[in-house]
Structure formats: structure tokens, C-alpha cells
Design a binder for this molecule. Structure first.
Ligand SMILES: [Ca+2]
Ligand SMILES: [Ca+2]
Length: 85
């Protein structure tokens, strides 16, 4: 599985709607783990099947599913997902 960590800062608003910037936020990611539960499983396959055939010109486009990054969700993305298990 391809995994990695992104660290970034971004402004947030507190309950009084004051803008503040918290400490660096760390986001752990893994390609193919669409529901972010730490592993690739049948639920992730169900999610990508729901996106199958979508292209980057569709309103419902979600680039997270385009693992191969060619602007369409197809068998290549599924293949990459299988390889990462
Ligand atoms: Ca998962
Ligand atoms: Ca693709």
C-alpha cells in the first residue's frame, strides 16, 4: 500500500468565529483506502465501483478515486488499488 503523511497549516475559526491557525496538522493517507479506515477492503471496492466511469468533467468527480491520475475512473485505477493490497 502506498502510504504517506502530509503536514500543513491552515486557518480555522473557533466557536466565537475568531480566526486562528493551529499547529501543523498531520494527515495520514494511503491510496485506495477511500474510507480511511487504515486498510483496503471490500468497502473501498464498493466505493470505487460507485465512481466507475466518472471523468474529471463530471459534477460528481472526486479526484481521490483517480489513483492513476488520467482524468477518468476506470480499470487502471482498480488495478493500482489491487496492487497496493
Ligand atoms: Ca478502507
Ligand atoms: Ca484514472
Amino acid at each position: 500500500m502506498i502510504e504517506g503523511t502530509l503536514s500543513y497549516k491552515y486557518p480555522l475559526k473557533d466557536v466565537m468565529h475568531r480566526i486562528y491557525t493551529p499547529n501543523i496538522t498531520t494527515l495520514h493517507f494511503s491510496l485506495g483506502d477511500f474510507n480511511h479506515n487504515g486498510h483496503i477492503d471490500s468497502e473501498d471496492y464498493r466505493l470505487i465501483q460507485g465512481q466507475f466511469g466518472n471523468t474529471d468533467s463530471d459534477e460528481s468527480w472526486n479526484p481521490e478515486y483517480d489513483i492513476f491520475q488520467d482524468g477518468t475512473i476506470d480499470v487502471k485505477d482498480l488495478w493500482y488499488m489491487v496492487k497496493q493490497q
